[in-house]
Design a protein around this ligand. Structure first.
Ligand code: SF4
Length: 488
């Protein structure tokens, strides 16, 4: 073992992975960050102070053993590092790409305010990419088959994480999804410039190698003769259905992780004008277009030549601005009702959007979408930040007489999502709360169990829209709950 230089952070500054030039990245749907090589990864990992109380680990929603795998990378031991990564995280290469690290692990790093935090996310990505590319695969040779079978509904991050933990504990997981590919929003919602789809497909192959089975293009419905909803993924859906009763009959337990797909409306006049789009519909249509998955060319929402205003300040809003820029919109604005410091989105994504030509309208609140038969502009009022609300965030207050109209041709509403529970859930004894979320508490004898003892749930459908990494946590916790329920 090499001798650790405890003060390496003084000698070696934080180094972020190289970014492609704006002129290059704006022309393609491809990840914008380069990779660390072994030397840089080791140097960056070696900046970790190994503080007695690793705040990064506590702030990470899956509580990754961050200092441990940083040390292993510093020693050049990727093979062991990837094993440690997978003890807490089912999709580490994906979290390394899409987590808002500045709000999570890196934001909690002791070096954050002084020398720059350790590049935790990039090192996590380095470990998993390097290991998978060199042929490493999870070793399940010691796993004993329990003979139990669990149906997982939804192949998004919660479902994949649940299946991963079940497989590692000898339970056969069969994952159903109505889309033609696995990943849920990892595949259909998150743009390629943050997560290239072959990364998700590689993980699918890893999971299949662990014995997990995927049944795609299949919607779970209330009754045998019920029609499935049309797939948001578009083409390729055979529209097969399977009843929830059949799942309950065929499997020892069921996990639900179907996410949230209803968008939060702006609830302002003009929202029904042609040219107003829901963020997710827009992002999905772009992925479908790029991959030839669209049912009809008319499904593609094309911003070429248009003046676009995106409403919202989260990561989905940034995804929309940056996708619009790649579609060659004439201008892209993002209007957010608080200031930059109070944006919920990742600072890194805001910076990337700025570099790609997006203009921000801070402290602006939409009050009306104006137009005659189509969108012609958006009426905004200026806000000032007032007293903190119950969550401690300062409330935006309207400045009287501050109305202005920003001319535009398209508006994308990115205010988040509402739960979209299937109608059959309550008929099967699965309780929902007043906001339509499935009730499945973590803190109980069998974690994430719903009011139907055989059914577990996690991710967005339980929490409302949340982070990928939080959905992974839920899926893993639910698998533990299922193992307790099955007493295996
Ligand atoms: Fe950071 Fe996300 Fe990885 Fe946790 S999972 S260490 S929050 S990048």
């Amino acid at each position: 073992m090499s001798k650790k230089n405890a003060l390496q952070f003084l000698d070696i500054p934080r180094q972020d992975p190289a970014k492609k030039a704006v002129e290059v990245r704006i022309e393609e749907y491809a990840e914008i960050y380069g990779r660390f090589d072994a030397k840089i990864a080791a140097d960056q990992a070696g900046r970790c102070l190994h503080c007695g109380n690793p705040y990064c680990q506590w702030k990470c929603p899956v509580h990754n053993y961050i200092p441990n795998w940083l040390q292993l990378v510093n020693e050049g031991n990727v093979e062991q590092a990837v094993e440690v990564c997978h003890r807490t995280n089912s999709l580490p290469e994906i979290c390394g790409r899409v987590c808002p690290q500045d709000r999570l692990c890196e934001g909690a790093c002791t070096l954050f305010d002084t020398n720059g935090p350790v590049t935790i996310g990039t090192v996590e990505r380095y470990i998993t990419d390097t290991a998978l590319e060199s042929g490493w695969r999870p070793d399940l040779s010691a796993v004993v088959d329990t003979g139990k079978r669990v149906a997982v509904v939804g192949a998004g991050p919660a479902g994949l994480a649940c299946a991963d933990v079940l497989a590692r504990n000898g339970v056969k997981a069969v994952v159903y999804d109505r889309h033609p590919e696995v990943g849920g929003l990892l595949t259909f919602g998150i743009p390629e410039f943050k997560l290239e789809k072959p990364i998700v497909q590689r993980r699918r192959a890893v999971l299949e190698g662990m014995g997990i089975e995927f049944v795609l293009n299949t919607e779970i419905v209330g009754k045998d003769d019920e029609q499935g909803r049309s797939s948001v993924a578009g083409a390729g859906s055979a529209g097969a259905t399977k009843s929830f009763d059949d799942l309950l009959g065929e499997y020892d337990a069921v996990f639900l992780g179907t996410g949230t797909y209803n968008y939060m409306q702006a609830s302002i006049p003009g929202e029904d004008l042609p040219g107003v789009h829901a963020a997710l519909d827009f992002l999905i249509s772009n992925v479908n277009h790029c991959y030839g998955w669209e049912k009809s060319p008319a499904d593609f929402v094309d911003m070429a030549g248009q003046r676009v205003v995106v409403l919202g300040g989260g990561d989905t809003a940034m995804d929309c601005t940056r996708t619009s820029a790649r579609q060659k919109a004439a201008a892209v604005h993002c209007a957010y009702r608080r200031d930059e410091a109070n944006m919920p989105g990742s600072k890194k994504e805001v910076q990337n959007a700025k570099e790609e030509g997006v203009k921000f309208l801070w402290n602006r609140q939409p009050v009306e979408i104006v137009g005659d038969g189509k969108v012609q502009g958006i009426k905004l009022v200026t806000t000032a930040l007032g007293e903190p609300d119950e969550r401690g965030r300062r409330r935006p207050e309207v400045v009287p007489g501050s109305e202005e109209v920003v001319e535009c041709d398209a508006v994308i509403v990115a205010f988040g999502f509402r739960p979209s529970p299937a109608e059959w859930m309550t008929a099967h004894g699965i309780d929902l709360d007043e906001r339509g979320r499935v009730v499945a508490p973590e803190e109980q004898v069998c974690a994430m169990q719903t009011s139907n003892p055989k059914v577990f749930a996690g991710g967005d459908m339980v929490r409302g829209s949340t982070l990928v990494v939080t959905a992974i946590w839920d899926g893993r916790k639910a698998a533990e709950g299922i193992l307790d329920y099955l007493q295996v």
